[in-house]
Design a protein. Sequence first.
Length: 95
Amino acid sequence: MATIELLAPVGAVTENAVPLAKRVPTLEGRVVGLLNNSKAGTRPFLDRVEELLRSSHGVSKIIRYDKKAAALPVSDAMLEAAARECDLVINGIAD
């Protein structure tokens, strides 16, 4: 009798818990970074987020960062710049 080998494409789950970042008490007067993942819908989405942050939350400055491609990680240099220049960063992901 022939046998059939069954393969389950399930990855192993690891226990690598990462704590959430501390929240700022207010956005007023803060410098906010907006990270564009380079997908087609991200720029208009972040344009609207920027508009709302300026009009409703009193942020002092918006700094935009653009990944070269959605499939690539953010470069160390960009991460270091964002950490140095911003109080917080919003990562925009939109198709």
